[in-house]
Design a protein around this ligand. Structure first.
Ligand SMILES: *Cc1c(COP(=O)(O)O)cnc(C)c1O
Length: 393
């Protein structure tokens, strides 16, 4: 009797385990290495340097903002924005409910409390009507929130005109979470430039990546200067270390900024590729009952950062979770749509405006592999595995 345990590869022939298809994998195919090699060659392996300066300049030009400040993550960028906006203990900040937790954790980091808003079914983003109603009501009792954070979900802009108008009417600071929406447009303009500040993420799964990193954009020179100051341990201008306040170590590395520069040059082709995945899924599933896709708002371009669809179990004869498990069995990663933050235990005591739309989207929503590096053959594998659940080829 052999005492050697069989290896997994002895049990399953390699042909039966095709490589995993990820939801949104990094896709590096340009000058990323060239720019980061320059950091090594010139010894700018530091949180300052030419790649950071260039990346900030190029990013600001790309989104049409006056200033861009590169930082360690999207979460760090949002935290800085809230601190500079003066959000503090006892304040409330309004935020979309249907989003990743990082849209709201900076509110907690500042000792403030989130108030969540439901989605508009037409865009899946913050319902501007509910926001306006809430601000009106709170203005009446003299208890306005300190800031509003609309999220541009899955590559689609929120309806910024009514959101901006509601904030402007009551003098509430508007900060956009555009972490998922680089490359999107709202009436011809990039997200992130409609309020006091906007934030972006370059996490490994985003449309462009620096492995991890973020950016804050603003038209306000003083806001940008404060962002830089607080991201650099709040060092005053002095030869010794002098601090009138305290900050954070939130800077981006000059090596990673080189990756970002190379990635940013490819933004348009990455948007086109993700949109092509969406179009392919949509036509491949056109005959399947009970499947609907996230609508594209008429006011702009959605990048389709992730292709998202909903499954109506009554019509489909299957459900979101069965589809997810079936895809996983074929070594394909898919994910439920974000669980709304008002349903998260950590936010159980927070106020929620509405809720039925985002709850339904979570119940029935699924995100499919959408990376710009995914090949046509891999996408065909996803399509075949998805259709097989419906008994179709
Ligand atoms: C990714 C993401 C963030 C956080 O960005 P990090 O760079 O991962 O810190 C914030 N908000 C949304 C909506 C995101 O998807």
């Amino acid at each position: 009797m052999s005492s050697i345990a069989p290896r997994p590869s002895d049990l399953v022939p390699p042909s039966a385990t095709p490589s995993r298809i990820w939801l949104s994998a990094p896709d590096l195919r340009g000058n990323e290495k060239k720019y980061s090699d320059e950091a090594f060659a010139t010894n700018w392996v530091a949180p300052i340097g030419p790649n950071i300066d260039a990346f900030e300049r190029e990013f600001a030009a790309c989104v049409g903002a006056r200033h861009a400040v590169a930082v360690a993550s999207g979460t760090a960028a949002l935290h800085l924005a809230l601190r500079i906006a003066g959000v503090g203990p006892g304040d409330e900040v309004v935020c979309s409910s249907l989003t990743f937790i990082a849209s709201a954790t900076p509110i907690l980091m500042q000792g403030a409390k989130p108030v969540f808003v439901d989605s508009d079914a037409a865009t899946w983003n913050m319902d501007a009507g509910l926001l306006a109603e809430f601000l009106e009501k709170r203005a009446g009792v003299g208890r306005l929130p300190k800031a509003v954070i609309p999220v541009h979900l899955y590559g689609q802009c929120a309806d910024m005109d009514p959101i901006r108008a509601a904030c402007a009417k009551h003098g509430v600071t508007l900060i956009e979470d555009a972490a998922e929406a680089l490359g999107a447009t709202y009436k011809g303009r990039a997200p992130g430039v409609f309020g006091k500040a906007g934030i972006f993420s370059f996490n490994g799964n985003k449309i462009i990546t620096t492995s991890s990193g973020g950016m804050l954009v603003t038209d306000d020179a003083d806001f940008a200067a404060q962002t830089r100051h607080l991201a650099t341990q709040a060092r005053d201008a002095a030869p010794h270390y002098q601090h009138s306040t305290w900050g954070y170590n939130y800077r981006m590395s000059n090596v990673l900024a080189g990756i970002g520069r190379g990635q940013l040059e490819q933004l348009e082709s990455k948007v086109a590729r993700r949109r092509a995945h969406f179009d392919a899924y949509k036509s491949a599933f056109a005959d399947l009952p009970g499947i609907d896709f996230m609508p594209e708002a008429t006011y702009g371009r959605c990048t389709r950062w992730l292709t998202c669809l909903t499954v109506d179990p009554k019509l489909a004869g299957t459900d979101r979770e069965k589809l997810r498990v079936a895809l996983d069995a074929s070594n394909i990663e898919s994910r439920p749509v974000w669980k709304p933050l008002h349903l998260q235990p950590v936010f159980a005591d927070c106020e929620m405006l509405g809720g039925a739309v985002s709850e339904k989207l979570f119940e029935n929503g699924l995100c499919l592999p959408s990376g710009s590096g995914m090949s046509d053959a891999e996408r065909d594998r996803v399509i075949a595995a998805f259709r097989a659940v419906f008994g179709k080829h």
